[in-house]
Design a protein. Sequence first.
Length: 223
Amino acid sequence: MSQVRSSSNNRVEHIEQALMAAHQHAMDACGRPLSDMPEYFMCTSVAAHFDHQFSNFRYRLEGSVSQIIRSLSIPGEKSLLKKKETRASGRFDVVLFTKKSGKAAHIIEFKKGSKFTSLRYDIDRIALLADSVGARSRLETNYLVFITKRKSERDQESWQQRLDEIVEDSLISRKKFRKTMTCKVKSVWREESALPQMFADDKKSGKKTKPFSVVIVELRTRT
């Protein structure tokens, strides 16, 4: 299979394709929708898909925040590592690296649920990193993907409004960054599949599939 090089448009498309394929696999092999699978299932599915589809990426799962920041050799590294919002002792869910230079290129964070505080934590950390790297660095563009209970009234526009509320309470709204950051809902995939009764424990429990949505957010900075 011929591979392609990534762009801001096709990265979002391929995140969605990877999750749709992961959902179908989960339904066929596990008798569970994507929303019932562990969070790491989304991470591994998207990372493997990117490695297979794109010619210019390698990846690391659970990449060390402190190690990645130190590898960038950026001004203010020590200050960035000390900020509580950076959570330097933690890990990024998926880090894409360029094959040519081996440098970190994009961060993809995944969440189950749309809890205000949890999403803001990831937005703050990604924003701090993106603001610290040099102009035109690949790490100026990153992604936040979350899966949550489907609500019929929530379309892409209403999810953007929800995201704007979260950003309003984030570090971005305090206007202390060198760069301008945008947080845009690029895609909302809404799924409602019948749960196959494949296992005896499912049949006895009467477990039913709950409709869910996957929201893909692009976080991008510009000098």
